[in-house]
Design a protein around this ligand. Structure first.
Ligand code: BGC
Length: 773
């Protein structure tokens, strides 16, 4: 059932409190779970209709007939835009926003109230089966772009569902695994993208993840769903479960999980009612959950009253334009790209993916596209009659000419055809390699694709490799064979035409890597603990995922985070950094440093530069990645054109999560600012000295001598109580001794016989006076 528009006059947001008062406990509990797979519960007695929510996120997957959760059953045709892996590679807020607007228009036109996305989980491991649905290994990039997508979708009067909250970074054992993550890592790596989208864009809903975090199911974690999400971030919408994520429904309601999806056939509704009647669950909490569901329904009904239509051709054109922006040109030796259209007679296209594109991932996000253009179609549309050879067997292409032969036969034919010519080889990951529900086991291309690239390259005059995959693949074993590599990710329904436009230079590649391409999977620190065992996965690498880990260990990479070539070149210059002093009054969002620099198009074609700003805090008292992305911009430049770019750094941008005070702390001292074209190509650097209050570590029962010393008044009192013994700790008279003793918890002095004056009672008195319990 879609939105019941006949009821639109009967439910507005303003009516919600009255309706909640009129509902029986049973009716309120029934609103806390779905009516079926995709609809909220209707309450006919009070004229409350059902509204439909559907996947998402890179197109609408509205099942008109039998719902099957995943798969393509009867899904209405919708524009298949590039999935998040591609959108993130644009690094372009306005492009992402426009995709969001188009998605919103299609959602509204199909009478759907909420599109179930975007997903902003971090790419902890390149192997996560759902990486194609996620934006990045970097929380800043993911959060900023996802907020733009949400703004775009919600500008059309429909809602979004920010997912999967939180620490859902693998598919292995996804419905029960416990992600064991320390507090600082959660705050700095796994939560910030959610935080940015919630605080900037107020998604209508947040979808809690299947997994547990540190032993507690996300679907019933009051810290996550209420303390952090609502109390700290100010989330105003509704929390929905991932489909089937509920473990204990009553605990979930109490923790802040408003809506369970899909229906639990009334079983969990009855449990909610029983818990209220038994005095185990406050009815006010059920009222609140029901009110949030009704508010979402009311908002959806406003759009449903005027659904509008969408123009599939216009949206297809947008899908093409966006796909030209998502591809990343990894290498381009001898400027082999763009291809010279007048030399088309010299071309040969090899690889089944040129005819049968791989353009989206498998699972609940799979869209039934309105059109599908392959690269071969696109060459033909331009009047290029290029010879094509499938080169390998591809399951998705079963039944197509040649697909009844073996890899070796197809390869031999393709290699013979490539002799002496410019060969464009389409390779990538077959659909079965990347899906919701399971992870990859390695990062390699299929052996048949690798053999094709290698053998073609030995005979072809020039070899261009076009990759289609939803997450990074290893290139280190074979990339030397290729003159150029264009990583198109999964490019949506117009990926074929966009690829050809880029190959022929109708458009310039402008994508940049939103995930690192390591030389080997074993270079990635997270792999030491992936995907875990016995129901738990320990995030032992802590903060060090993606480029943070690769930079910290100093590993070489094949291509660094942020990398991407174009058909022109850019120069960077004139860096200035102005920093203000941080004071206790400086708010987290206050700008404390302004960074400005110039970018110049130094080549002969127009192009899009993506200057990136990284910040390091050398000398920090806590573990830090050498540099972290804190700003970026896309700048379109004509040949010879220069633009000045200004990026701001807030107090929060320079802070870390302090586990002693459970808050954000900015340390005084050196801030290393670096600007350039990737995380490893940073021609502009400057170091400024940030003036900020010294972080105060509150005194506790186990504080060391050194920590007491940092509280002058408390130290004076402690020294006085120790009498002559205090000299042992005097850093001037015997520095070595003082250094050795400074790590002793002061409380030990009370029992080790150093200082008789400092009795346990006296110590307790001092601690009560100067410390914190
Ligand atoms: C997925 C969600 C999806 C939901 C509804 C779940 O299995 O994890 O991302 O939105 O199903 O299809």
């Amino acid at each position: 059932m879609a939105v019941d528009t006949t009821a639109t006059t009967r439910l507005a947001v303003a009516d919600v409190p009255r309706l909640v008062a009129e509902l029986t406990l049973e009716e309120k509990a029934s609103l806390c779970s779905g009516q079926d797979f995709w609809n909220t519960q209707a309450v006919e007695r009070l004229g409350i209709p059902a509204v439909m929510v559907t996947d998402g996120p890179h197109g609408l997957r509205k099942q008109a007939g039998v719902a099957d959760h995943v798969g393509l059953n009867d899904s209405v045709p919708a524009t298949c835009f590039p999935p998040a892996v591609g959108l993130a590679s644009t690094w372009d807020r306005s492009v992402v926003r426009r995709v969001g607007e188009a998605l919103g228009v299609e959602t509204r036109a199909n009478d759907v109230g909420v599109l179930l996305g975007p997903g902003v989980n971090m790419k902890r491991s390149p192997l996560c089966g759902r990486n194609f649905e996620y934006f990045s290994e970097d929380p800043h990039l993911a959060g900023e772009l996802a907020a733009d997508l949400v703004d775009g979708i919600q500008s059309q009067g429909v809602g979004t569902s920010l997912k999967h909250f939180a620490a859902n970074n693998q598919e292995t054992d996804r419905m029960r695994v416990s992600a064991e993550v320390d507090e600082r890592t959660l705050r700095e790596i796994y939560l910030p993208a959610f935080e940015t989208v919630v605080t900037r864009s107020q998604p209508w809903t947040v979808m809690c993840a299947y997994n547990k975090i540190n032993g507690v199911y996300a679907s019933q974690d009051p810290w996550l769903l209420t303390e952090v999400l609502r109390d700290e971030w100010g989330f105003e919408g509704l929390v929905v479960s991932d489909w089937g994520a509920v473990d204990d429904r009553v605990e979930g309601v109490a923790a802040g999980l408003d809506l369970e999806m899909p229906s639990s056939a009334g079983i969990n509704d009855a449990r909610i009612v029983a818990a209220v009647r038994a005095g185990e669950l406050d009815e006010a909490v059920v009222d609140q959950a029901a009110a949030r569901v009704l508010t979402m329904v009311a908002r959806a009904l406003e759009a449903a009253a005027d659904p509008g239509t969408f123009d599939a051709a216009t949206h297809h054109a947008l899908a093409h334009e966006v796909a030209t922006r998502t591809a990343v040109l990894l290498k381009n030796d001898g400027d082999v790209l763009p291809l010279d259209p007048s030399a088309a007679a010299d071309l040969v296209v090899v690889g089944e993916m040129a005819r049968t594109p791989r353009y989206q991932g498998a699972g609940s996000s799979q869209v039934n596209p309105t059109r599908l253009v392959s690269a071969l179609d696109a060459f033909a549309e331009r009047g290029f009659d290029v010879p094509f050879h499938p080169g390998y067997v591809l399951a998705e292409a079963a039944g197509k000419p040649g697909q009844d032969r073996t890899d070796a036969e197809l390869r031999a034919e393709a290699v013979a055809a490539a002799d002496g010519r410019t060969a464009v080889v389409f390779a990538g990951l077959p659909g079965v390699d990347e899906s919701e529900g399971y992870d990859r086991e390695h990062m390699d291309l299929p052996a048949a694709h690798l053999a094709l690239v290698r053998e073609v390259a030995t005979v072809a005059a020039r070899t261009v490799v076009v990759l289609s995959n939803g997450s990074a693949v290893t290139v280190s074993g074979w990339e030397d064979a290729a003159d150029a590599i264009l990583e198109t990710w999964l490019g949506g329904q117009a990926s074929g035409s966009a690829t050809v436009a880029l190959l022929l230079g109708e458009a310039s590649p402008s994508g940049r890597l939103a995930e690192s391409i390591p030389v080997a999977l074993t270079d990635v620190p997270a792999q030491l603990n992936f995907p875990g065992e016995n129901g738990a996965v320990r995030y032992g690498e802590g903060l060090f995922i993606g480029y943070r880990g690769l930079d910290a260990t100093g590993a070489d990479v094949s291509y660094p985070f942020g990398h991407g070539l174009t058909y022109t070149s850019f120069g960077y210059g004139d860096l200035t950094v102005d920093a203000d002093a941080v004071t206790p009054a400086t708010a987290p969002d206050d700008v404390v440093a302004r960074v400005a620099f110039s970018v110049t198009n130094t080549g002969s074609r127009e192009g899009v530069a993506v200057p990136q700003l990284y910040v390091g805090r050398p000398g920090s008292a806590v573990a830090r990645a050498p540099r972290e992305l804190r700003g970026f911009r896309t700048v379109a430049l004509q040949p010879g054109e220069t633009q000045r770019v200004e990026l701001a750094l807030t107090r929060r941008d320079l802070s870390h999560w302090d586990t002693a005070t459970h808050g954000w702390v900015v340390e005084p001292g050196a801030v290393e600012v670096a600007v350039g074209a990737s995380s490893r190509d940073l021609p502009l650097t400057a170091t400024v000295d940030l003036v900020a209050p010294t972080a105060e570590v509150p005194l506790r029962a186990d504080s060391t001598i050194d920590e007491w010393r940092r509280h002058p008044e408390a130290w004076a009192a402690l020294s006085a109580a120790m009498g002559d013994a205090a000299q042992m700790f005097d850093t001037e008279s015997d520095p070595a001794m003082a250094a050795m003793l400074s790590a002793i918890p002061a409380v030990k002095v009370t029992t080790m016989g150093f200082a008789e004056g400092l009795t346990p009672e006296k110590f307790s008195e001092l601690l009560a006076q100067h410390g914190r319990a």
